[in-house]
Design a protein around this ligand. Structure first.
Ligand SMILES: Cc1ncc(C[n+]2csc(CCOP(=O)(O)OP(=O)(O)O)c2C)c(N)n1
Length: 682
């Protein structure tokens, strides 16, 4: 590996402009290296390289109150290069966030500490988002900055007027998602977004020149950003650059900061050896010498800790002034703001669901669930003004733009609909930022097949347990002519495998309304709703407002003419196939029940007695879903049968495609006979 080193190790450190600021930055450096050394793992290099930037940002600019790290109009700080977690943890400790004690720093990366390897949302106050998968943070930051502008347009400068600062590394910029994020932020002219690129020319394998030679400043400029290039250790230059960036409010700013990774290490600085791993006692002793630091590990000299604590406390004035402004706001605006900030939905919002349901039942018509979803959203958008719709350039297909939704345009943020462009990954991660920001509930659409393009962000939404809503239409081979490239088969199983993610696949318009109700009433649950392109009959015609989907699965039709002999399980566009098959089996004298299971996650949360009552005691079960079997096997046992996909789909008319893959009522009946025969022979 040695021959890939770009430069010899940097043994000396540039003289500081301001010794006090250098000392303050050194607090971050030593806490980071000492914590990594103690944990025997972690990443000291980036925190040491970005310490000067963080110090200037926190001291002179970031509006933040350590006593209340989540007050609404604070500036947001996103660490996109999440492996530099010790930078964030050090800042939280130094500024005095109660959660982040010295003991937590000493327990960096240890089980059940607040200081996980990478920053985890909700593990400690002051962590705005979970980062670590490179590139996510910059796209989250775009969401934060977008939400800020949208809420500014709604509530005005007095209530919402803050900045989003994001640190990112070479790795973030190598990831494809960064392009989507940069392009989106530039297009929408997100003037309150400032990115700091840790331009240290090093990643894990060695010099970044091994793998990339992009002109990063030009990349940003090409997307309409304001760009500056500075020495990331020159505190005057950092301050001037931030002042200049804040003066430009009609576009986002990127400050390319030339830094030395592992700044202060005697042999590893400037090399990939500073990127990660315990530096070793000798290297740390050398850093103490190089930087003139004589405190023992984890001890911050009092004068410096006091200076940091002052930084943590100075935001109090801004917070209190903001609270006064909120109090002085017109009553209606204030009430609306406070409701949203508390995460409470408007009273009576569920009448929107009831209205949609009533319409479906009154019309009695067959309908694609994507259209039903669109109709539900028409009602919901009027009832819940914080809904922020959007699509990755499939608005007419996803049916995501509700009646009355005004689109957001560059510089014009007084709207509730986002055209995210063909940027699925960027959209999904930006939606996470929007959800985390608060005040808005984002949903965004694409085809289910392209959930693959969103998956890393979907996973993080589930991990963070935030209400980001993914609307995925064209959810099976039932999309027809677009063929196998567009027909999801393994996606439902793969998405259901993500812990905490509620995957809904409603089987008719009424279930669609029910699923939307469940999604919206769960503020700490990421959700994905899979919707059909093709129409399906209305199967739920009963009056009343009971949400039968709430338990994840329920008996749609009970067996008749005797004790249940067979259970057919289904979802979505195959539910009516299950119903047809049941009619045929009943006619043959086989008492058969149909179970609709729009959300396996919710069903799995039910108690055993309920599950048993739904699944029945008979072991004869058939599941039908136009997707792969994975996940259904737990309900089928050894004797059950699955009717669905066993490979990729095909291009053709919907009816022909279903026939070709034998996903029909006749196939379900055959499968039923097989399982019944097998059980009889036992
Ligand atoms: C999506 C993703 N891929 C790979 C990794 C593993 N990884 C962590 S840091 C890193 C290198 C990042 O380089 P850079 O951003 O320059 O960080 P620095 O070396 O400056 O700390 C990689 C590949 C990751 N965290 N996320």
């Amino acid at each position: 590996m040695a021959d890939t080193l770009p430069t010899p190790a940097i043994k000396t450190v540039p003289k500081p402009r301001d010794q006090h600021l250098r000392d303050m930055a050194d607090c971050i450096r030593f806490l980071s290296m000492d914590a990594v050394q103690q944990a025997k793992s972690g990443h000291p290099g980036a925190p040491m390289g970005m310490a000067d930037i963080a110090t200037v940002l926190y001291r002179d600019f970031l509006r933040f109150d350590a006593a209340d790290p989540h007050w609404f109009d604070r500036d947001r700080f996103v660490l996109s290069n999440g492996h530099a977690s010790m930078l964030l943890y050090s800042l939280l400790y130094l500024t005095g966030v109660e959660d982040m004690t010295l003991d937590q720093l000493k327990r960096f990366r240890q089980i059940d500490s607040k200081t996980a390897g990478h920053p985890e949302y909700k593990h400690a106050e002051g962590i705005e988002t979970t980062t670590g998968p490179l590139g996510q943070g910059i796209a989250n930051a775009v969401g934060f900055a977008l939400a800020e502008r949208i809420l500014n347009a709604k509530f005005g400068d007095a209530i919402c007027n803050h900045w989003t600062y994001v640190f990112l590394g070479d790795g973030c910029l190598m990831e494809g998602i960064s392009e989507e994020a940069i392009s989106m932020a530039g297009h929408f002219k997100l003037g309150h977004l400032i990115a700091f690129w840790d331009n240290n020319s090093i990643s894990i394998d060695g010099a970044t020149s091994l793998s990339v030679s992009d002109n990063e400043p030009e990349r940003f400029r090409a997307s309409g950003w304001h760009v500056q290039e500075i020495d990331g250790h020159d505190t005057d230059a950092i301050r001037d650059a931030i002042i200049a960036a804040r003066a430009v409010t009609d576009r986002p700013s990127m400050i390319a900061c030339k830094t030395i990774i592992g700044f202060g290490f005697p042999t590893k600085a400037g090399t990939q050896k500073a990127h990660s791993d315990a530096p070793g006692e000798e290297e740390i002793a050398g850093a103490r010498k190089t930087l003139g630091w004589d405190s023992p590990p984890f001890v911050i000299p009092e004068r410096l800790l006091n200076a940091w604590r002052e930084i943590g406390a100075k935001g109090r004035t801004a917070r209190l002034a903001w609270a006064d402004r909120v109090k002085a706001a017109p009553a209606e605006l204030r009430a609306e703001f406070e409701r949203r900030n508390d995460g409470v939905l408007p009273t009576g919002w569920q009448t929107a669901i009831a209205a949609a349901r009533a319409e479906f039942i009154a019309s009695g018509k067959e309908m694609a669930t994507r259209s039903a979803s669109g109709a539900v959203l028409d009602h919901l958008a009027a009832a819940i003004p914080e809904l922020l719709g959007g699509s990755a350039d499939l608005t007419p297909s996803n049916n995501t733009r509700a009646k009355g939704m005004v689109e957001i345009r560059p510089g014009e943020y007084d709207g509730t609909y986002m055209h995210y462009g063909v940027r699925e990954h960027g959209m999904a991660a930006a939606m996470n930022g929007i959800a985390l920001h608060g005040g808005l509930i984002p949903y965004g659409g694409t085809f289910l097949c392209f959930s693959d393009y969103c998956r890393p962000a979907i996973r993080l939404a589930a991990l963070m347990q935030i209400r980001t809503i993914f609307v995925m239409t064209h959810d099976s081979i039932g999309l027809g002519e677009d063929g196998p490239t567009h027909q999801p088969v393994e996606h439902l199983a793969a998405l259901r495998a993500i812990p905490h993610l509620a995957v809904y696949r409603p089987g008719d318009p009424v279930e669609t309304a029910e699923c939307w109700e469940l999604i919206l009433q769960a503020p700490r649950r990421a959700a994905l709703i899979a919707l059909s392109r093709q129409p399906m009959p209305l199967l739920r015609r009963e009056a009343g407002s009971e949400n039968k989907s709430a338990r994840g699965g329920y008996v749609l039709l009970e067996a008749e003419g005797g004790p249940r002999q067979l259970t057919i399980l289904s979802t979505g566009s195959e539910l009516h196939i299950a119903v047809e098959a049941r009619a045929m089996l009943q006619q043959e004298g086989i008492p058969t029940a149909v179970v609709s299971m729009p959300c396996q996650l919710l069903f799995e949360e039910q108690d055993a007695a309920y599950k048993k009552s739904v699944l029945g005691t008979t072991r004869a079960r058939v599941a039908v879903e136009a997707a792969v079997e994975t996940g259904w096997d737990r309900y089928l046992g050894l004797e059950g049968r699955f009717v669905g996909m066993h490979g990729f789909g095909a291009s053709g008319k919907i009816a022909d495609v279903y026939k070709k893959f034998d996903i029909t009522a006749e196939a379900v009946v055959r499968a039923a006979r097989e399982t019944l025969a097998e059980i009889a022979a036992l």
